[in-house]
Design a protein around this ligand. Structure first.
Ligand code: FES
Length: 141
């Protein structure tokens, strides 16, 4: 492979990587019914795979929520607001990491590394037998 071909491939790889990172930040608007969001998992391929995640913004909500597929089955619906000083955490690999001071949370929202001492706020949810994730926002701010 000559230098020009190599550089072309390298540039394409970087662009693809950047596109993938941007795609993971896409926010999906959802419309709650009676304070509950109904998400048929089959309609959201990013949730159907192991380690999958989705960022949603319920209509009327000020901040989005993260939905994370949990190892062993089920989902966690988490507020992305860091419990240290309120920055927005990012999904990085299998964990969530705060860009401000480095607090790290697992996919269930539990603290793995401080300075945060409290887990992320977890929104009640359940997966129905027919594969619909019901997210109960009635207790959320
Ligand atoms: S605000 Fe997240 S670690 Fe400080």
């Amino acid at each position: 492979m000559d230098r020009r071909s190599f550089l072309g491939l390298a540039a394409a790889a970087v662009a693809t990587s950047a596109l993938g990172a941007c795609a993971s930040m896409v926010t999906t608007p959802v419309a709650p019914v009676g304070g509950i969001v109904y998400l048929p998992i089959r309609n959201y391929p990013s949730l159907a795979s192991a380690g999958g995640s989705l960022k949603i913004l319920p209509s009327g909500a000020a901040t989005p929520l993260y939905i994370l597929e949990l190892e062993g089955g089920g989902y966690a619906v988490l507020s992305p607001i860091c419990t240290h000083l309120g920055c927005t955490v990012n999904i990085e690999g299998v964990n969530l990491v705060c860009p401000c001071h480095g607090s790290t949370y697992d996919r269930a929202g539990e603290v793995l590394q401080g300075p945060a001492e409290r887990s992320l706020v977890r929104i009640p949810s359940r997966l129905t037998e027919d594969g619909v994730l019901e997210i109960d926002l009635r207790g959320a701010d």
